[in-house]
Design a protein around this ligand. Structure first.
Ligand SMILES: [Fe+2]
Length: 312
């Protein structure tokens, strides 16, 4: 099967970060090694477990009818609502039996090349810590609720699970071409903020949407955002916002379609032709777009996050 990276690449070893490739400056805590893995999962307090339970209940009031069926089935298969922060060992055993993936604890956001290496080996690095009551609604750093509740259910879907592994492998090639930003955009608009067409309407499968209270409604039903069919060449040229709702979401027909558009093609030509920066603003609608809904952009025109604008 074709992959985004060279077939001869050895994915068992941590990839070298080529000179001149920019990655976010992250200070590695002294107690973790080059793999950035925690020796064990945190011993959570009863308050930590209560925060998980309250977050779970809140999301489950919003997600039926808005979340992709693969996500809701994944939650059930792994029984993530049985109470308290899931034990990574027990969860990984079930997940391994389904798709060969496991979940491993990391202290914080980890460097791109280490993240790619874990994904390429079907390990999902999940933040060990959980947010507090003060940061209950929004936390920029991905915590265990975002990573486990948001991401792990989708890893029970066999095609999506393969896509995630291939995404990790694709990191090797993106690093060689110094095109991590472009590959990051693809992750952002699929794994974090992706929408999918289902027989009864558009649903969310992106973890950034599914793990938060506001975006689950905004992304699926809001009048403001554009909803455009995914076109990988276009998405990899598109900017994105990190700390606000998205002005545009990209929609896939199916996970098979996502796999075909990404893994079953050669990215060398695309990377060679990509400019260093992004070409399209995150709210742009361009000629080649297959637009499902052209948004009003009212929310962002009124100032977006911090302005008091309603997320409509
Ligand atoms: Fe995430």
């Amino acid at each position: 099967m074709a992959t985004l990276a060279d077939p001869e690449t050895d994915y068992t070893a941590l990839p070298d970060l080529p000179d001149g490739v920019f990655t976010a400056p992250l200070a590695k805590p002294s107690h973790v090694g080059d793999d950035w893995l925690e020796p064990s999962q945190t011993q959570y307090s009863s308050e930590d477990h209560a925060i998980w339970d309250d977050l779970f209940v809140r999301q489950m009031e919003l997600l039926p009818g808005r979340a992709a069926s693969a996500f809701l089935q994944g939650l059930e298969k792994l029984d993530l609502g049985k109470g308290g922060v899931p034990d990574f060992g027990a969860m990984s055993e079930e997940l391994t039996a389904l798709t060969g993936w496991s979940v491993v604890p990391v202290p914080m956001l980890i460097p791109d090349h280490v993240f790619f290496w874990h994904l390429a080996n079907r390990r999902f690095p999940a933040g060990n810590f959980i947010r507090t009551r003060e940061t209950f609604d929004y936390i920029q750093e991905p915590d265990v609720f975002h990573d486990v509740f948001g991401h792990v259910p989708m890893l029970t879907d066999p095609v999506f699970a393969d896509y995630m592994q291939e995404y990790g492998r694709a990191g090797w090639k993106a690093m060689r071409y110094n095109r991590l930003k472009a590959l990051g955009s693809l992750y952002w608009y699929t794994v974090e903020f992706g929408l999918i067409e289902e027989p009864d309407g558009i649903k969310a499968y992106g973890a950034g949407i599914l793990s938060g209270p506001t975006e689950a409604v905004f992304a699926v039903e809001g009048e403001s955002p554009n909803r455009i069919m995914l076109n990988v060449d276009r998405v990899m040229r598109t900017d994105y916002v990190i700390s606000d709702l998205q002005p545009t979401y990209f929609v896939i027909e199916s996970f098979e379609d996502l796999y075909r558009q990404t893994v079953e093609r050669d990215f060398d030509r695309l990377y060679r032709n990509l400019p260093a920066g992004f070409t399209y603003a995150n709210s742009a609608v361009i000629d080649v777009d297959n637009v499902l809904n052209r948004g009003t952009q009212e929310y962002h025109l009124r100032g977006g996050a911090g302005s008091g604008a309603k997320p409509v």
